[in-house]
Design a protein around this ligand. Structure first.
Ligand SMILES: Cc1cc2nc3c(=O)[nH]c(=O)nc-3n(C[C@H](O)[C@H](O)[C@H](O)COP(=O)(O)OP(=O)(O)OC[C@H]3O[C@@H](n4cnc5c(N)ncnc54)[C@H](O)[C@@H]3O)c2cc1C
Length: 504
């Protein structure tokens, strides 16, 4: 019996799992997404100059290398087209159900099934539930006094309002994260004035973008090995960066020197350089790749304001020093609710356990994928599987491979459940938190950490380690429950087996 699988989310993660399952022969597959297209963050983030900041040869699927990228760091629209094309090419399209928002999922022990509720009131049933809802899918706009009184347009970077013309307008950009550093250089040329409100200065590294000519594309198509070589080289560079972020002092010193050198070279104005010099260790917050940020800040029409934002008035933003900064448009580059996983869905596991309650002190999952009390639930891009220095897609592929193994195992068992053993998940989490405690991320406030200080987004090691540890699903890590006979009345006591018992 091939299990019925529902995947929630059709971004890179959901697509990776969906294709993996199709290739493994899983027929009963449905991929749900609340959006009207696939693509996840690449569908949603349509702000000026939105592009990836990891070379696309690595920020793409290893099984679908693309010779047609127009440049090393292609713009959003190209990544979106790539994903749309992949969905067609690998036969995922018929399995998609778009415009379908999942509001709740409940596990029924008697039938060993997940019941999935949608916003329109539909109820779907499956044997295996995969959540691929992303970490950066819920934009956060800060609650600032007076925001509702603002007289002009105001929107979050992920909800860009393209009907608002910025030419010759005064634009206030709140935030200096990965989106803002792409937006500001893009709009600085056409806005009359851009005021950037900076809470903390980001560490940056140059973004050596390069256009790809027709010869390179031809070669890539004719000799795919060149794409693989490019991928391997990119992998090596990003691995060095991962080393820097995860505590290697030599790599750390090297990248810090490159970043400091970039700032010295690109910011001639001393006062501005002081303002944009970070006051925390490199890597604590996401390092941003840009070659255009500082030149944009140096323009006479761009101001960097470091006084804290206090309130919004009908005509602008007032900072703590009492100054009102006039603006026609407010743009919030203030990021996402990254530390809250699977929110706002209500996910109920075995014995009525609520996932939100289980994670009240911060999300955690075995290998970022499985949670005790939640049988046959698998997470993609779950807790502690983010990376600040290499491609998230690399992690997605590792997760897809692992989840395919789980579904294969369940298929061989002709049903039943896999539930990670509490002690396995607990040991894993303790190991991770011990390692994370000594790392750069614990030294500052960032979207990697909860308000309680727990780092819930990031993987503490190299991506290669994650790939190795997820390469083979060990049934001994799981409580394996034999299938119930769905046509028979519910059994009084379910047959539960430990550690890899071959249930059939
Ligand atoms: C602007 C931007 C640039 C980025 N650039 C890079 C980069 O260069 N390199 C890198 O490695 N990473 C980058 N990232 C990180 C990015 O989040 C990941 O690389 C990756 O795209 C995440 O894919 P995903 O499928 O896991 O999640 P998402 O892309 O967030 O997709 C999740 C999907 O789930 C759907 N969904 C959510 N909740 C529900 C629900 N309840 N019901 C139904 N559907 C639901 C959403 O609609 C969405 O389509 C970037 C992120 C952003 C926002």
């Amino acid at each position: 019996m091939s299990p019925r699988v529902i995947v929630i989310g059709a971004g890179f993660g959901g697509i990776a799992v969906g294709i993996g399952l199709l290739q493994a022969g899983v027929e009963h597959l449905t991929v749900l997404d609340k959006g009207d297209r696939v693509g996840g963050v690449w569908r949603d983030n349509d702000y000026p100059d939105c592009a990836c900041d990891i070379p696309a040869v690595l920020y793409s699927f290893s099984f679908a290398l693309n010779p047609d990228w127009s440049c090393r760091f292609p713009p959003r629209a190209e990544i979106q087209s790539y994903l749309e094309d992949i969905v067609e090419r690998f036969g995922l399209r018929p399995h998609l159900r778009l415009r379908t928002e999942v509001t709740a999922a409940t596990f029924d022990e008697d039938t060993q099934t997940w019941s999935v509720e949608t916003a329109s009131g539909d109820r779907l049933e499956c044997d295996v539930l995969v959540s691929a809802v992303g970490q950066l899918a819920r934009p956060v706009t800060p609650q600032i006094d007076g925001l509702g009184s603002f007289g002009g347009a105001s929107f979050h970077s992920a909800e860009w309002d393209e009907t608002v013309d910025l030419d010759g307008r005064r634009v206030a950009v709140v935030g200096t994260g990965a989106s803002a550093i792409q937006i500001v250089p893009a709009i600085a040329e056409r806005a009359a004035q851009v005021t950037v409100f900076q809470r903390s200065a980001p560490w940056t590294l140059p973004k050596p973008n390069r256009r790809y000519g027709s010869v390179k594309r031809l070669v890539g198509r004719a000799v795919p090995a060149t794409l693989k070589a490019g991928r391997a080289a990119t992998w090596a560079v990003t691995s060095a960066m991962s080393l820097a972020v995860t505590g290697n002092s030599i790599a750390g010193a090297l990248f810090t020197a490159v970043s400091t050198g970039q700032r010295r070279l690109q910011v001639r104005d001393r006062a501005l350089r002081e303002k944009v010099t970070p006051d925390y260790d490199m890597g604590c917050k996401r390092v941003l790749f840009t070659s255009r940020w500082y030149p944009a800040l140096e323009r006479s029409t761009v101001d960097v304001v470091t006084d804290p934002v206090e309130r919004v008035t009908p005509s602008g933003i007032v900072t703590a020093d009492g100054v009102e900064h006039l603006a026609d448009v407010l743009v919030f580059g203030t990021g996402f609710a990254a530390t809250e996983f699977l929110v706002p869905m209500t996910v109920t596991g075995r014995g009525g356990t609520q996932l939100a309650e289980y994670w009240k002190d911060g999300a955690h999952a075995y290998l970022g994928m499985t949670v005790p009390d939640f049988p046959n639930l698998f997470l993609v891009y779950g807790p502690n599987t983010n990376t600040g220095s290499t491609s998230v897609v690399y992690f997605h592929e590792a997760q897809a491979r692992y989840i395919v193994q789980a579904v294969r195992l369940l298929s061989a068992m002709r049903g039943g459940t896999l539930e990670v053993r509490e002690e396995v998940e607990g040991d894993f989490d303790r190991e991770l938190q011990t390692r994370l405690g000594g790392m750069v991320w614990s030294g500052c406030e960032s979207w990697y950490r909860t308000s309680g200080g727990r780092t819930v987004t990031n993987w503490p090691g190299m991506a290669g380690e994650y790939r190795r540890r997820t390469a083979r699903l060990d049934p001994a890590d799981y409580l394996v429950t034999a299938p119930v006979n769905r046509s028979a009345p519910a059994p009084a006591a379910k047959p539960r087996r430990r550690a890899g018992a071959a249930a059939s």
